[in-house]
Design a protein around this ligand. Structure first.
Ligand code: ZN
Length: 98
């Protein structure tokens, strides 16, 4: 049920900058976004949006800013089996490959 089809325009949830597909001529999905990320959030039981799936986008500049404010946290890496802190150091025991 994972639909990654890029349907623009898509805007950063924090600053409103438009995030565009990096190579639409190659693949029209949101696995390659120029300067940002687009993903899904599954609303859980307890949310008034219970069972809805949100598309949320955030630009890299906002991730940088919000990580410093502890409002965004990197919790894993889907290629490497280690997690790094804001300074790029590996966090022992925090590795989580998704
Ligand atoms: Zn932004």
């Amino acid at each position: 049920m994972k639909d990654l089809t890029y349907i623009g325009p898509v805007y950063c949830v924090s600053c409103g900058k438009e995030l565009k597909n990096l190579m639409p001529e190659v693949d029209n999905d949101y696995e390659m976004i120029n300067g940002g990320s687009i993903g899904h959030i599954y609303a859980p039981y307890g949310s008034r949006y219970d069972t809805d799936i949100f598309q949320v986008a955030i630009c890299d500049d906002c991730v940088d800013k919000l990580k410093k404010e502890k409002r965004v946290r990197i919790v894993g890496n889907y290629i490497f089996s280690e997690t790094r802190d804001d300074d790029g150091k590996v966090i022992p025991g925090q590795g989580k490959s998704l």
